[in-house]
Design a protein around this ligand. Sequence first.
Ligand code: ZN
Length: 195
Amino acid sequence: MQPRYWVRAFVNIINCSTLLGLIAAAVGRARLTRGHHGLIIGWGYRFRIPPRRTPAFTLGNIILVRHEGPEILQRRPRLLVHEERHSTQYAYCLGVAMVLLYVLASAWSLLRTGDPASRNIFERLAGLADGGYTEHPVRPLFRRSRAVRSPAEVTAAPEATAVPEATAAPGAAAATEGPPAADRLPDALPPTVLP
Ligand SMILES: [Zn+2]
């Protein structure tokens, strides 16, 4: 084994992330086998955290996989490559502290894209495609206020196509919205209602 893998294994023992992985493996009743580059793979992880749609995750030098055996690697040959990069990230990010950083990165990605991985720096560095993720587009943080919409946009908006008040059923507006506010009265009343 190359020295860098020894160093990674040693650092992840010191920073307690591998210990956390072993505890998770025990809780999830995973079957541990020796992997490549000093990693340990726990097959058949069963605990409900993280969500079951996550096929594998890594804590220190421990890669935990929900599938019972390596058959999944025929469909996802890059899965362990992706997870090994997470193992290296633990060595760089103070071990257990990375769990918190990862959660924050997931929340940021969820806010920007609606997906916890697309803009998660840890998943991007580990390789989105290798991890089985598809990249979601970034969406604006804030919607534009209705007050600043142009008249053209207001006309095109779906609510603008609703039945006009004048043709709606009598009392319908009052029943749903209360009495009309002064600022919503028409500018010119019909001649029949003038004194
Ligand atoms: Zn990942």
